[in-house]
Design a protein around this ligand. Structure first.
Ligand code: AMP
Ligand code: MG
Length: 397
């Protein structure tokens, strides 16, 4: 039996990044993966500028509080002033370049304007309220590394150095299908023995969130023929195939056999809860990952294993999630025989509560929780103990 860490290593070993690139407008780059490092051609900010609405002064002219200086110029954002004449102040506004000669900006709340003069009520510190040229970005600096996933901040950063377009890797195509004769699509009535296909919504939501191109092949019946046909179709259009159900060793579990017939299979039993065997295989050029059918197992194994695999396959450099140490507000008195990933919620007291029912069929636990407590084999927890916690903010994006 593999550990969860070994399973992740095995999957990441097999993940090859896409290489084809395209150019997109920065405004259309949300969720895309940067194909090449981006270097700034300019200095940001380009000039020393004011952080406040106020008055630019020479420190030598305001050695003691109560100084009065004539106002020699007004400098608005978007214009450039003249060198500051000795013995005068410049009226200046936020973002406006600080005039040569000035070495501090006093905020207007610390001054009293009086006609053409300003009274300095508070002594400034050297450089006060001046944002220095290049304090954000020096010309020639790398602002974004290859393999960065582009979010709102990264798009803004690219725009701040004047980039209009970015080279990105092509989108990864991910096909999904869901095996099970018992599955029914929401909107239709349930016959006795049937259940709704919730994994479709969980897993396609997760795939979409990663910025992959989703190919949703829907429900596939529990027959070898149907499973092979679905796999062959998926392999002809997708880079990666992700399925749920049919990977146990039950009589109606055809997924592994079908992948073996069409390609090759590695199957790993993972020593963790929730979770079962995770199947990895290849059909032609496509990767295949088969997840268990239990809704919580499918969700958790996707987050912990499929997500990093897909990120690496997408070309993302930083595909691993982070865990944090948080105090438990619960007891877990029985040591587990396997590593457990418990659905937990952060409470207003900053400590973690557990969802009462940790069964792998109880999807309510995933919607309720803020993340997973990662509990080692044989560990128990008392209230107040510090535990490893993986927030969903690390797993669901
Ligand atoms: P399996 O892995 O196919 O043996 O399924 C394990 C359990 O998960 C069974 O109780 C199934 O009914 C349930 N299950 C399988 N697929 C889905 C699905 N797409 N949505 C909700 N539950 C499912
Ligand atoms: Mg099944």
């Amino acid at each position: 039996m593999l550990s969860a860490t070994q399973l992740l290593d095995n999957l990441l070993d097999r993940a090859r990044s896409v290489t084809a690139t395209e150019t997109v407008a920065v405004s259309a780059a949300l969720g895309r993966v940067l194909a090449a490092p981006q270097i700034s051609g300019i200095t940001v900010p380009p000039l020393d500028n004011s952080a406040m609405d106020g008055y630019a002064v020479r420190l030598a002219d305001v050695a003691k509080a109560g100084a009065r200086l004539p106002i020699s110029q007004r400098i608005m954002a978007g214009s450039v002033g003249r060198p500051l004449a000795a013995g005068t102040a410049a009226r200046i506004f936020t973002g406006a370049p600080v005039p040569p000669g000035a070495d501090a900006v006093l905020m207007q709340e610390d001054c009293t304007a009086d006609g053409d003069e300003v009274h300095i009520n508070t002594l400034p510190r050297p450089g006060e309220n001046i944002r220095r040229a290049g304090e954000d970005i020096e010309a020639g600096a790398e602002i974004l590394a290859a393999g960065t996933r582009l979010g709102a901040a990264e798009m803004g950063l690219a725009a701040s150095v004047g980039l209009a377009e970015l080279p990105v890797l092509r989108r990864l195509k991910v096909a999904c299908f869901f095996t099970g004769d018992e599955l029914v699509t929401p909107g239709q009535p349930l016959a006795p023995g049937q259940i709704y296909n919730s994994n479709r919504y969980t897993l396609t939501g997760l795939v979409n969130d990663l910025g992959c191109e989703l190919i949703d092949l829907g429900i596939v019946p529990d027959t070898l023929e149907a499973t092979e046909a679905a796999l062959a179709g998926a392999a002809s259009v997708a880079d990666v195939i992700v399925t749920s159900g049919g990977v146990s060793v039950g009589e109606a579990d055809y997924v592994r056999t079908a992948v073996e017939t069409l390609g090759r299979v590695d199957m790993w039993k993972v020593a963790m809860k929730p979770g079962k065997p995770v199947v990895y295989g290849q059909i032609g050029d496509a990767d295949f990952i088969g997840l268990p059918g239990n809704p919580v197992s499918a969700f958790v194994t996707f987050c912990l294993f499929v997500r990093p695999f897909l990120l690496k396959r997408m070309g993302v450099a930083d595909m691993l999630y982070r865990a944090f140490t948080v105090q438990a507000d619960f007891a877990w008195p029985k040591p587990g025989a396997r590593r457990e990933f418990l659905r937990a919620r952060l409470q207003p007291n900053g400590k973690l509560a557990l969802f009462a029912n940790q069964s792998s069929g109880v999807l309510t636990s995933c919607a309720w929780a803020d993340g997973l407590v990662d509990l080692d084999v044989g560990h128990t927890v008392q209230p107040g103990d510090w535990v490893r916690f993986i927030p969903f903010s690390e797993l669901l994006k």
